[in-house]
Design a protein around this ligand. Structure first.
Ligand code: ATP
Length: 278
């Protein structure tokens, strides 16, 4: 059986906060194995969409259907947030870094596998008895953590406190931590924020490698257009909670509606700017 082409279908999603309509009747698909970017000016509703997908918010209306490669379906709007990560296998990073700063880099990657280890330990009982299933799970968890440390070039700093690492390394460690839970869908909220050009390139390389080597579908919010244009397969553009465009990086770059939204101008003014640039 071939895996369904879309890993996530967002259908008619709306989210209201009192009188504010943060997301308004939004529909788009995240294709399996693609890097999809969600972009738009400040306040467009991007983080609200993420919060609905990851179960932090219950949408006012709409459906969020996630389909695993084996065709198992999950309606994310009906799941509690911990089940979105644990059962539906959606992992997420945040705009601000949320590592455990006092724990080592390796420990941060082990904590991410806590659920799996707890299950293998029979919720402590089998672990205390030293059951082989627990030892195997523990060994696998360490191997997985070491793999990801190596993948982000931090093996030599495995025992350093996460908070003492350079900012770019912390960003990539967060992504590695999310990958330790072996997600079907990886949601990244502004992973390039605060990175310099070199760190931005290292991030792009990491995300392209995750897609290529692990086949993980990625949905990212990003303001850094150089990163978006370089790595995204498809882009969805939001403005005032509404989808104003969707397409390949090339299609989006030349779309007057998108340029107008970013300039805070109307479409006619945007076309004039494009003609001046040409
Ligand atoms: N919990 C909330 N309560 C009330 N209003 C909210 C809440 N969360 C978001 N909003 C409002 O919803 C709108 C969309 O916000 P959101 O943070 O989703 O935008 P964004 O595109 O992620 O912006 P940015 O790029 O600045 O992070 C804004 O007007 C914001 O003030």
């Amino acid at each position: 059986m071939t895996a369904p082409a879309s890993i996530l279908e967002v259908q008619h999603l709306s989210m209201r906060f009192g009188g504010i309509v943060a997301v308004n009747d939004l529909s788009f698909d995240v294709r399996r194995g693609d890097i999809t970017a969600l972009i738009g000016p400040n306040g467009a509703g991007k983080t609200t969409v993420f919060n609905c997908i990851t179960g932090f918010y219950k949408p006012t209306t709409g459906m969020l259907r996630l389909t695993h490669a084996d065709s198992r379906e999950f309606l994310l709007e009906r799941l509690l947030d911990y089940r979105v990560s644990k059962v539906a296998k959606v992992a997420r990073t945040f705009q601000n870094i949320r590592l455990f700063a006092g724990m080592t880099a390796l420990e941060n990657l082990m904590v991410a596998q806590h659920n799996r280890l707890m299950r293998a330990s029979g919720f402590s009982f089998l672990g205390l008895l030293g059951a082989p299933t627990f030892h195997t799970a523990e060994h696998d968890a360490i191997e997985r953590a070491r793999y990801w440390l190596d993948r982000i070039g931090l093996t030599a700093r495995a025992d350093d406190a996460a908070g003492s690492l350079p900012y770019g390394d912390q960003r990539r460690l967060e992504i590695a931590r999310a990958m330790c839970s072996e997600p079907a869908l990886l949601c990244l909220d502004e992973p390039a924020a605060g990175l310099n050009a070199r760190e931005g390139e290292a991030l792009s390389e990491l995300l392209l490698a995750i897609r290529k080597e692990h086949g993980t579908s990625i949905l990212l919010i990003e303001h850094d257009m150089s990163v978006v244009m370089e790595i995204a397969d498809r882009i969805v553009v939001l403005d005032y909670g509404v989808k104003i465009a969707e397409g390949t990086p090339r299609e989006i770059r030349d779309d007057p509606k998108v340029i107008a939204a970013y300039l805070g101008a109307d479409e006619k003014a945007a076309i004039e700017v494009m003609e001046q640039d040409a």
